[in-house]
Design a protein around this ligand. Structure first.
Ligand code: CDP
Ligand code: CDP
Length: 223
């Protein structure tokens, strides 16, 4: 039987950083589902298709083939035979991903892929709807959050460390807008699953969050 850990929560809560670290420690596969939504957004951006063009999206969704590969333990996203991983982490692609992620056809396509991966491997998967929709029977579910001010600060610092100056207030507004979009969409919105454990990391270091989740995992193995 495969073991699955679902980590959901809003932008900048620390999901991917924490999930990557836990995957290494437990020797699980880390699946970044946000990168898949970003790859779809990248495809539509490149082809001049807008999020509100539902008919066009439906017509060309079958032309998109996304696969996931691993270089060591680093996830690579392959879009129609092209490795697009390096293009996905911009704010523009993130904001567009959130818009295209409201589309039902887009979600159904990616959910299939995500469930297939989890059916063959021990996974820690992060996103918005993993515990509520993609893997409702996940062995451990965590809803990871932090205040929008703290999340903006983290993103700002992350950019600064890459040599990019940015406006922290603008980042916070972007984050709030994306949260609203993700929480209020009709299909598979972001919300805490009833059986998910809520972790507010506003005042926690990365190591503290990682250790807490590993502790929950170990307790779950005993019970
Ligand atoms: O994946 P998600 O958008 O939820 O967040 P992330 O990209 O993993 O984390 C955003 C930033 O916050 C990264 O630079 C992390 O290093 C940082 N972080 C932190 O400072 N403290 C935490 N407890 C968690 C993340
Ligand atoms: O790293 P960050 O939290 O900023 O975003 P991400 O995880 O890369 O996801 C980008 C966008 O994709 C999110 O704002 C969501 O709208 C969407 N997404 C989703 O709808 N469902 C998922 N399972 C993962 C991402």
């Amino acid at each position: 039987m495969n073991y699955s850990i679902a980590i959901d929560g809003p932008a900048g809560a620390g999901k991917s950083t924490i999930a990557k670290s836990i995957a290494q420690k437990l020797e699980f596969i880390y699946v970044d589902t946000g990168a898949m939504y970003r790859a779809i957004a990248f495809y539509f951006l490149r082809n001049g298709i807008k999020p509100e063009e539902n008919q066009k999206i439906q017509e060309c969704i079958h032309e998109i083939n996304i696969t996931i590969e691993y270089e060591g333990d680093v996830q690579q996203v392959i879009l129609n035979d092209e490795n697009v991983t390096a293009h996905l982490r911009t704010e523009e692609v993130g904001n567009m991903a959130s818009k295209f992620a409201t589309n039902r056809d887009v979600r159904l396509k990616l959910v299939d892929l995500q469930r297939n991966i989890a059916s063959t491997k021990n996974v820690i998967m992060d996103g918005r709807d993993i515990g509520t929709y993609v893997l409702p029977n996940a062995n451990l579910k965590v809803y990871l959050t932090a205040s929008s001010t703290e999340r903006a600060k983290r993103r700002w610092l992350e950019l600064k460390n890459k040599g990019i100056e940015s406006d922290i207030n603008e980042i916070e507004q972007d984050i709030i807008q994306r949260d609203e979009q993700d929480m209020n969409r009709e299909f598979a919105p972001l919300r805490k699953a009833d059986d998910a454990i809520l972790l507010d990391s506003s005042n926690m270091t990365i190591d503290e969050v990682v250790n807490e989740i590993i502790e929950l995992y170990r307790k779950g193995l005993i019970n």
